[in-house]
Ligand binder design. Structure first.
Ligand SMILES: *[C@@H]1O[C@H](CO)[C@@H](O)[C@H](O)[C@H]1NC(C)=O
Ligand SMILES: *[C@@H]1O[C@H](CO)[C@@H](O)[C@H](O)[C@H]1NC(C)=O
Ligand SMILES: *[C@@H]1O[C@H](CO)[C@@H](O)[C@H](O)[C@H]1NC(C)=O
Ligand SMILES: *[C@@H]1O[C@H](CO)[C@@H](O)[C@H](O)[C@H]1NC(C)=O
Length: 504
């Protein structure tokens, strides 16, 4: 279990051996071999190399306020709950029937994963209080409902994880009230979107609802907030929560040596780009001087994650501690902008190099295969007892490869409480083509994919060339099935997962 998503690469650079420890693809830290260095916790979100470039193809106008110094998109990343946004889930031509919905979320707003050394940590309260902003009409009843959670069936080790955040001074990585509110809001959006489609009947059975999460408290709590927004006062006794130890949600199919090799190539690419960026090096050196640590210590603390937390919570950037040589000096928005600029370069370079896409194909196959299987089951006649609503609660390092595997190249880095939704639809009897045998099984099936409420179906690799104006306004499920079962592996010159994974 340990080390599955932690890679240790030894690079010999100029005679100096540096241990490069990476939690994930997006996370590449230079950490000196000194044993005193604090290592990031296992299974944390990968952040450092994060892609935060503005999407070049937004369909909706940006409604969030522009931030200072043209780094406006942090607010989009923060996903501040005051934004009114559109949700296109549940939209279809008239009389189509919704058969299944599968949702993958990233946890909501959280405390930073690492502290910037020698600075005061951001003061954020991680207890929940309906009278504090941002709040939500469901927050008070959510808090009391979570107190009854012992009645659910929790797969180990989930039963021991607190069901709401409850520290007056947040712990590292803890979900904040903002994060809870984001997912109450998401769940409620989907409740409204599907209210006319009767996706889960009021007498739903435990089999019809599938929930899985990694064992971080922030993913468990985010999943619960989402579920509560979706089904307020749900019956705990019918809820089974499965545990996914891998952030890739790969279940029992995680073993894939070739995937790890693509990841290592990607990490080497990222490292080379970074060390060749003189402005970035200088910026880290300046920042380190301000707070009074070595540049490599600052880098290892992944300062961008902490700075984003300050921005999301309206706190000013940290300053040198009193009594230090540089007392009074603070980290600046200009320094932040340089790191963000490098992240955008990194994203472009990543797309050009292609290792990440190959990694993503192999990383996300098990989840996509599972998604396809659930859709097929839900489409069968008499499928009433199959899983029709699924929720997977993961991380940025879950959503990023999922977007890449689907061929969604232009989507922005998964913000807090991001959501990917898979919908399965069946056309009405009148629209069925001639030759269909029954009014159920033979009727054409369609898939829709949405990212943060936006319909991205026709940007995916398997439906990009579908002509939605000629005849079929939706994307045929068949396109998705042949993509998952075979076509997606052409990116790694293979025809199956087994073949691609075992290749030398
Ligand atoms: C929404 O939140 C952002 C970030 O905290 C803030 O800058 C903005 O003023 C808020 N907008 C409204 C309408 O409250
Ligand atoms: C939260 O923590 C406080 C103080 O430790 C405790 O009294 C309270 O019962 C806790 N609430 C929940 C819901 O766990
Ligand atoms: C893919 O799904 C099928 C069921 O449709 C299952 O039998 C198979 O084991 C899955 N393969 C992997 C690698 O997960
Ligand atoms: C793709 O795979 C085939 C058969 O495994 C092999 O002959 C061919 O050289 C490979 N092509 C590339 C570009 O790797």
């Amino acid at each position: 279990m340990l080390g599955r998503n932690r890679f240790l690469i030894l690079l010999v650079v100029g005679g100096v051996t540096l241990a490069v420890i990476s939690l994930s693809l997006q996370f590449l830290n230079l950490i000196p071999s000194a044993p005193t260095e604090k290592r990031p916790p296992q299974g944390a979100d990968g952040w450092d190399g994060a892609i935060l470039a503005k999407s070049r193809k937004r369909v909706f106008p940006e409604t969030h306020p522009p931030g200072p110094n043209s780094v406006g998109d942090p607010y989009s990343y923060c996903n501040t709950p005051n934004r009114s946004e559109q949700a296109w889930e549940g939209h279809s031509p008239a009389d189509y029937k919704l058969l299944s919905v599968q949702v993958m979320i990233r946890h909501g707003d959280r405390y930073p994963l690492y502290a910037i050394p020698k600075t005061r940590r951001p003061a954020i309260d991680c207890t929940l209080s309906p009278s504090r902003n941002p709040s939500h009409p469901l927050l008070a009843s959510f808090i009391s409902h979570m107190g009854l959670g012992g009645r659910a069936n929790w797969e180990a080790p989930l039963h021991s994880i607190p069901r709401i955040p409850n520290h007056s001074s947040c712990e590292m990585g803890e979900l904040t009230q903002t994060g809870v509110v984001q997912h109450l809001h998401n769940g409620q959006l989907l409740r409204q979107a599907y209210s006319h489609h009767g996706i889960l009947p009021s007498d739903w059975s435990p089999r019809q609802l599938g929930i899985e999460t990694t064992s971080r408290s922030r993913t468990v709590q985010s999943g619960l907030a989402f579920l509560y927004g979706f089904m307020p006062d749900f019956d705990w006794g019918r809820v089974n929560v499965r545990h996914q130890w891998s952030t890739l949600f790969c279940g029992s199919a995680c073993d894939c040596p070739a995937r790890n090799r693509y990841l290592e190539e990607e990490q080497r690419r990222q490292y080379r780009l970074r060390v060749n960026d003189g402005e970035l090096e200088k910026t880290y050196a300046d920042m380190a001087r301000t707070v009074g640590v070595l540049a490599r210590q600052l880098r290892a603390a992944n300062p961008i994650d902490s700075l984003l937390c300050h921005l999301c919570h309206g706190l000013s950037f940290p300053c040198a501690s009193p009594g230090d040589g540089s007392a009074g000096k603070c980290l600046t928005m200009e320094q932040f902008a340089v790191i963000r600029r490098q992240q955008r370069n990194d994203e472009l370079d990543r797309g050009r190099a292609g290792h990440y896409h190959k990694y993503a194909i192999l990383a996300m196959y098990p989840y996509l295969n599972q998604t396809a299987t659930k859709m097929e089951r839900a489409s069968r006649d008499g499928a009433r007892r199959e899983e029709v609503f699924s929720l997977a609660s993961g991380h940025d390092i879950t959503i990023s490869p999922l977007l890449s595997a689907l061929g969604l190249k232009d989507e922005s880095f998964p913000r807090f409480a991001a959501r990917v939704v898979f919908e399965l639809w069946r056309s009405p009897p009148a629209k069925a083509k001639q030759g269909d045998r029954s009014k159920g099984k033979g009727r054409p099936l369609f898939i829709r994919i949405l990212y943060n409420g936006e319909d991205v179906t026709f940007h995916t690799a398997f439906c990009r060339s579908h002509d939605r104006h000629a005849g079929q306004p939706l994307c045929p499920l068949e396109n998705f099935l042949s993509f998952v079962r075979r076509d997606m592996f052409s990116a790694v010159n293979a025809t199956s997962y087994q073949e691609a994974c075992s290749r030398r």
